[in-house]
Design a protein around this ligand. Structure first.
Ligand code: F3S
Length: 65
């Protein structure tokens, strides 16, 4: 599976990075989400899904890879 970000919606809340830093980071300049590992391994799925649910802007979604 793969996670994608809609940068037009991302406002840099960084909850994704807090919840799963193996997959999410934030850009040092704009503070927006950077997906370091879009195609995440199965052992990270629960935390990636938690991050998707916790983005206040609804900017993250899971896609079929
Ligand atoms: Fe952006 Fe949502 Fe993460 S606003 S930085 S994708 S928690």
């Amino acid at each position: 599976m793969k996670v994608v970000v809609d940068l037009a919606r991302c406002q840099g809340h960084a909850r994704c990075e807090d919840l799963c830093p193996e997959v999410f980071a934030t850009d040092a300049v704009e503070g927006k989400c950077v997906i370091a590992q879009p195609e995440f391994p199965p052992e990270l799925e629960a935390r990636v899904r938690l991050a998707v649910r916790n983005c206040p802007e609804g900017a993250l979604r899971i896609a079929k890879s």
